[in-house]
Design a protein around this ligand. Structure first.
Ligand code: ADP
Ligand code: MG
Length: 206
C-alpha cells in the first residue's frame, strides 16, 4: 500500500514524562538521548510541576487503566509469591492512583512529545517494562533504576521507574492533548527524515 502523506506512519506521536526521580537522578540528558538517537523527532518539551488533578486525569483518560494496572500487579505478585497491594484489581488500581499522585507531584517533571514511525512501540521498547526489577537490560528502566513491586508496596509508595510512556496510539493522542496546548507542539522538518522515510534515497549523490 502506498501511504497518502496525511496518514503516513511517520506522523505517529507519543508522550513521555520524565518523572521527578528522573530529574533528581540527573538523567534528563541520558533519557532524552536514548529517544533522540532512534530517529524520532522531538516536537514538544517543557518542565512543569504537575497538580494532583492533572495526574489523576492523565491516568483515568483510559477508563480501563485502573483495572488493568490492578490486574497486572496481582499477576506479578502471584508469579513471585508475595501479597499484591490488594486482592481486588479495581481497589488495587485506586490505591496505585493515590500513590502515583504523590509521586508525580513531588517535584518538577519534563514532558515531551516524540513523533515518528511506530513512535509508541519504539518508545515503550526503549523504556522497558513497568517494574525495574524485571525490565530488560539495555532499557531505561532496566539500566538506571533498581525498584520493585514488592519493596514499593511494602513501603506504601509508587514504583519509581523514571519515565511515563504512552501505551497505545489512542492513549498517546489523548495524553498529548491533556499535557500540551496545540501551540506548544511544533510542526517542522528534520533533515534526517529525508533518509528515514524517503522511498528512493535518490537525493544523496551529487
Ligand atoms: P507503565 O508506566 O509501564 O505504563 P502502568 O500504566 O501500569 O505502567 O502504571 C503506571 C505507573 O504506576 C507505573 O509506571 C508505576 O510508577 C506505578 N505502578 C504501577 N503498578 C504499581 C504497583 N503495583 N505499586 C506501585 N506503583 C505501581
Ligand atoms: Mg501506563
Amino acid at each position: 500500500m502506498i501511504h497518502t502523506e496525511k496518514q503516513h506512519p511517520k506522523f505517529e506521536r507519543t508522550l513521555i514524562i520524565i518523572k521527578p526521580d528522573g530529574i533528581q537522578r540527573g538523567l534528563i540528558g541520558e533519557i532524552t538521548k536514548r529517544y533522540e538517537r532512534t530517529g524520532l523527532k522531538l516536537i514538544a518539551m517543557k518542565m512543569m510541576l504537575p497538580t494532583s488533578d492533572l495526574v489523576e486525569k492523565h491516568y483515568t483518560i483510559d477508563p480501563e487503566w485502573k483495572r488493568l494496572v490492578g490486574e497486572k500487579t496481582i499477576k506479578s505478585a502471584q508469579a513471585k509469591g508475595h501479597a499484591p497491594i490488594h486482592e481486588d484489581p479495581a481497589i488495587a488500581g485506586d490505591m496505585i492512583l493515590d500513590i502515583l499522585k504523590k509521586y508525580l507531584t513531588s517535584g518538577p517533571v519534563v514532558a515531551m512529545v516524540w513523533q515518528g514511525m511506530h513512535a509508541v512501540e519504539i518508545v515503550r521498547k526503549i523504556t522497558g517494562s513497568t517494574e525495574p526489577l524485571s525490565s530488560g537490560v539495555g532499557t531505561i528502566r532496566g539500566d538506571f533504576v533498581i525498584d520493585s513491586y514488592k519493596t514499593s508496596n511494602d513501603d506504601g509508595r509508587a514504583v519509581r521507574n523514571l519515565v511515563h510512556a504512552s501505551s497505545s496510539v489512542k492513549d498517546a493522542e489523548d495524553e498529548i492533548n491533556h499535557w500540551f496546548k496545540q501551540e506548544e507542539v511544533f510542526k517542522y522538518a528534520l533533515v534526517q527524515e529525508k533518509i528515514l522515510y524517503d522511498v528512493n534515497l535518490d537525493g544523496i549523490m551529487e
